[in-house]
Design a protein around this ligand. Structure first.
Ligand code: 9Z3
Length: 320
C-alpha cells in the first residue's frame, strides 16, 4: 500500500512528515490528560487528469458533515484532528458560509488621522454571539488541530500519517472518516503532462481503483482504534447491504450509512449486531437540532463501551 502510494501518486503538496509530528504531539498531549482523540476527515477530493493540472474530477461533498461533527465532538470533550479539504466548510464559520461577510461589517466613522474601525452587525449573523463564545472557548483550550489537503495524494498520505500518530492511543483513538474520497484515479505514470487537447476529439480515460486505506488502517496502522466509515449511496434500496458488506470486508466497528438526498435528516448507524436509525424531524430542524448531534451522541457512547470491552478483554487475557 505504502509502495503504491509512492509509485502511483504525485508527491503530496503538503509536508506530511511535519504534519505527522504535529499530530503526534497533539494526540500525546491530550491523551496524557485523559482525553480521547478523534480524527475527522471531511470534504471531497479532486483527482487530476493532467500533471500540469487544468482539469480534474471532483465530487459534491461540502464538508458540512465533518465540520458540524467536529463541533459536537468538541462539546463531548474530545480532542479533534480536523483533516479537511482546502476551502471546504469549517467548524463554527460553516454557519455563515452562504453569505457575503462584507455585508455584515460596517466601517465606523473615526476622526481624521485615527486608525479605521470596523464593526460587525450581529443582525446579519444570526446566533453569532453563542457561536463566537463557543469558538473562542474551544480555540483557547487548543482542542482542535486543523490540517488541510488539496489533492487525493495529500489526503492519502496524511491519513497514513494520522493513523501512525494515533495508533499509540489504542482504543482511545477514534477515526471518523466522513470525507467523500474518490474511488478512481489516474496513476502518475499514465497521466499526460500537458493540458489534454480537445482537437484530438472526444475524451476517453481509464482510471484505476484508489487503494482502500480502510483495510490497512484497521489491520495494521491503528489496529486497536475505534473506526467509523461512511457509506454513501443514491439508491436507498442498496444502502444497508452495501454498509454490511463494508463491515464484513474491513472488520471495523461502525458504518454510518446515508443517502445523498436525505443525508441531512436521516442516517443509519450499522454495526455487526444492530442497525440504529437516526432522524431529525421537521420540528427538530426548526429548533436548530442537527443530525450530527445525534450521530456523535450515539458514537461517543459506543466508543465508551468499546474502550470498556477492550480493556476487560486485555485484562482477562493477562489473567487480571
Ligand atoms: C459521507 O457519506 C458523508 O456523510 C457525506 C457528507 C460526504 C455524504 P457533506 O460533506 O456530505 O456534508 O456535503 N461520506 C463518505 C462518502 C464516501 O465516499 N464513502 C465511500 C463509499 O460510500 C466509502 S469510504 O463507498
Amino acid at each position: 500500500m505504502v509502495e503504491q502510494l509512492r509509485r502511483d501518486f504525485a508527491p503530496p503538496q503538503v509536508d506530511v512528515e511535519e504534519a505527522g509530528r504535529i499530530m503526534e504531539t497533539f494526540s500525546r498531549g491530550h491523551s496524557s490528560e485523559g482525553r480521547r482523540v478523534v480524527l475527522i476527515t471531511s470534504g471531497g477530493t479532486k483527482v487530476p487528469l493532467e500533471s500540469r493540472t487544468v482539469r480534474f474530477l471532483d465530487n459534491f461533498s461540502s464538508g458540512r458533515r465533518g465540520a458540524a461533527s467536529a463541533e459536537y465532538f468538541l462539546r463531548a470533550d474530545y480532542a479533534v484532528i480536523f483533516l479537511h479539504r482546502h476551502r471546504s466548510l469549517f467548524p463554527y464559520s460553516r454557519r455563515y458560509s452562504n453569505q457575503n461577510w462584507l455585508d455584515s461589517l460596517r466601517l465606523l466613522p473615526v476622526p481624521a488621522g485615527e486608525e479605521p474601525r470596523v464593526e460587525a452587525e450581529p443582525n446579519c449573523l444570526p446566533g453569532i454571539v453563542p457561536v463566537l463564545e463557543e469558538y473562542e472557548r474551544m480555540k483557547g483550550a487548543r482542542r482542535m488541530l486543523s490540517l488541510e489537503y488539496h489533492t487525493l495524494s495529500d489526503y492519502l498520505h496524511l491519513l497514513l500519517a494520522a493513523a501512525r500518530a494515533l495508533s499509540p492511543l489504542g482504543s482511545n483513538a477514534m477515526f471518523y472518516l466522513a470525507a467523500a474520497v474518490s474511488d478512481f484515479y489516474i496513476p502518475a505514470s499514465e497521466m499526460p503532462e500537458h493540458k489534454i487537447q480537445s482537437s484530438s476529439g472526444p475524451l476517453q480515460i481509464t482510471m484505476k481503483m484508489v487503494p482502500k486505506m480502510l483495510s490497512p488502517l484497521v489491520k495494521d496502522w491503528a489496529p486497536k482504534a475505534f473506526v467509523i466509515s461512511f457509506k454513501l449511496e443514491t439508491d436507498p434500496e442498496i444502502l444497508i447491504e452495501r454498509a454490511r458488506k463494508a463491515l464484513e470486508t474491513y472488520r471495523h466497528q461502525v458504518v454510518v450509512a446515508n443517502v445523498l438526498d436525505t443525508r441531512r435528516s436521516y442516517v443509519m448507524v450499522v454495526t455487526n449486531t444492530e442497525d440504529t436509525k437516526l432522524f431529525v424531524s421537521d420540528k427538530e430542524e426548526s429548533l436548530g437540532i442537527e443530525i450530527e448531534d445525534k450521530i456523535i451522541n450515539d458514537l461517543t457512547s459506543r466508543h465508551t463501551n468499546f474502550i470498556k470491552q477492550t480493556s476487560t478483554y486485555s485484562q482477562s487475557n493477562q489473567g487480571l
